[in-house]
Design a protein around this ligand. Structure first.
Ligand SMILES: [Zn+2]
Length: 527
């Protein structure tokens, strides 16, 4: 290439397109459609697309060769080319490591369909919102599972048990074609077990023994006390049922009365209460931490009846890790969780920015639709002209057929893209912010929660934790690990610019210069 002035002024870019084999079946997602859009964009912006990288993924091959080649190319040509054109977020990243890798390159990315450009100079707010979008792209497939759950919820609301029939019932097709449950031949046995247990004369064990002696079976098999327990706890036999933490009034036939059922539950609860009194101390972190030396669990132990210490069980031989006070373990958990905390003022502002960003994307889509409609009109008039030419004998019938067919093909492609652009809805970013808000609050209040609340929160978010040389290492479940990474990225990006260490001040400075000013909340700045 001749390196004269005009060539140097042309911006070099690379194009990236990706499709999964499943999406390939849907025409609008195809690689040619993506490439066409991106080439078109490049030429309109006066950019030179120096390379195109493509990935077609199948379920069996997860590696992305095109993606890797693109990164290598950008690294090698750092001085000449530092811009990527891609359709939208979920085409470029499949996960957070992808995001981190691209972010490290410090390139500018044009998300053509979203109408957004992200560069290393972008405001931290933009970076942050972008991070959320990556998070949502990743969770998008999980949302599909959500849809299924929604369908089941609809069913539950109409009084139909949405899942497989439990013992004592079987699934049949109801009068309107929907799957319902009806009592099966084990139903009388179940009713009888409730009656017997309700007398209070049996424990689970003795009732199971009696069942065995009397030859009662469920599904043709004898009864264990654990099965018995499960059955006697299920509300469904009263005609009502639990679904997603809510009690629904079912339309199916009850096997026992509500009174009988309640009586049985009361018996269980009373027995559980007396049992709980025997538990002496609740060690909040037992079961959550592995020893970093030998992989055994860390367990709590009470010393001098008031100090709680954690230590390696040492099941794999004597371990070098010393005993640690619970307060120290707790402080380190709290510090890790602080990485999930976003000051409330910032959350509020993010909420507003997200709305704005959604509006911008909507505007970009509207503009794209307009442009495509214009293209459609031009193709229409071109066809008219061709027809006239043919009638007037200016072109041969063969020529007309060929040209007309070409036009039709283009028109179909344009129509498809209009439809697709109209259908593409923004990622549900607001729900991500709600999630962040909840997480943030829970993480902030962690230290002052009672042990069982701490455990519930850790069970939700903690993937793994290890303890070595007095230091805690944690990994969170997604999307929490993702949120931590987003936080870290936006922090590190502005940590070195001399604006002080408080990330919030940077946030607020940005808010003030770019958006309507508002008074920072006191607690947001003291963090
Ligand atoms: Zn150990």
């Amino acid at each position: 290439m001749v390196q004269n002035g005009s060539v140097l002024k042309t911006q070099w870019v690379v194009i990236y397109a990706r499709v999964s084999s499943k999406e390939q079946e849907v025409e609008g997602f195809s690689i040619p459609a993506q490439l066409e859009l991106l080439r078109d964009y490049a030429s309109k912006q006066g950019m030179k697309a120096v390379q195109e990288f493509v990935d077609i993924e199948s379920a069996s091959t997860s590696g992305r060769t095109g993606f890797g080649q693109m990164l290598a190319f950008l690294k090698k040509n750092r001085t000449k080319c530092h811009t990527i054109l891609v359709e939208k977020t979920d085409r470029l990243y499949r996960n957070v490591p992808d995001y981190a890798t691209v972010d490290e390159l410090g390139v500018t990315i044009h998300f053509v369909k979203d109408g957004t450009v992200l560069s290393p100079d972008s405001k931290s707010s933009e970076q942050f919102i972008h991070g959320i979008k990556v998070l949502m792209a990743r969770n998008y497939s999980q949302n599909l599972g959500e849809e299924v759950r929604k369908g089941m919820l609809q069913k539950a609301k109409s009084g139909l048990y949405p899942s497989n029939a439990p013992a004592g019932y079987r699934n049949v097709e109801g009068p309107d074609g929907r799957r319902i449950i009806v009592p099966d031949r084990d139903a009388p046995t179940i009713a009888r077990m409730f009656e017997e247990f309700g007398t209070g004369r049996y424990s689970l064990k003795t009732l199971a023994a009696k069942a065995k002696g009397d030859g009662w079976t469920i599904g043709g098999r004898g009864l264990h006390s654990s099965t018995l327990h499960l059955i006697l706890r299920r509300r469904i036999y009263t005609g009502d049922f639990d679904w997603g933490g809510v009690i629904y009034e079912g339309k199916h036939e009850a096997l026992v009365s509500r009174e009988t059922w309640e009586g049985v539950q009361a018996l269980f609860d009373r027995r559980a209460e007396t049992k709980q009194h025997r538990i002496k101390h609740d060690f909040a972190y037992t079961g959550f931490i592995r020893c970093g030396h030998c992989g055994c669990g860390l367990v709590g132990e009470l010393k001098k009846q008031k100090y709680v210490y954690y230590h390696c069980t040492g099941y794999r031989g004597k371990c070098e890790e010393p005993y640690t006070r619970e307060e120290i373990v707790q402080d380190q958990f709290a510090a890790a969780l602080k990485e999930l905390v976003i000051p409330p003022g910032i959350l509020k502002w993010l909420q507003e920015s997200v709305c704005e960003s959604d509006l911008n994307e909507q505007a970009a889509r509207d503009k794209e639709v307009k442009r495509l409609e214009e293209q459609q009109r031009r193709l229409g008039s071109k066809l008219d002209v061709l027809y006239d030419d043919r009638l007037e004998g200016r072109i041969s019938p063969e020529m007309y057929d060929r040209k007309a067919q070409e036009c039709q093909k283009q028109a179909t492609a344009v129509a498809r893209r209009i439809e697709e652009t109209r259908a593409s809805t923004p990622a549900p970013v607001e729900s991500a912010i709600d999630l962040m808000e909840l997480t943030s609050r829970a993480a902030d209040l962690f230290s002052i929660q009672p042990p069982h609340e701490k455990q519930a929160f850790l069970r939700l978010i903690l993937k793994s934790a290890s303890w070595r040389h007095g230091e805690l290492q944690t990994q969170f479940e997604e999307p929490f690990e993702n949120l931590r990474l987003s936080n870290r990225l936006s922090r590190s990006k502005h940590g070195a610019n001399g604006a002080g260490t408080a990330q919030n001040q940077i946030w607020y400075a940005r808010v003030d210069s770019n958006h309507r000013p508002f008074a920072p909340e006191a607690n947001a700045l003291s963090n």
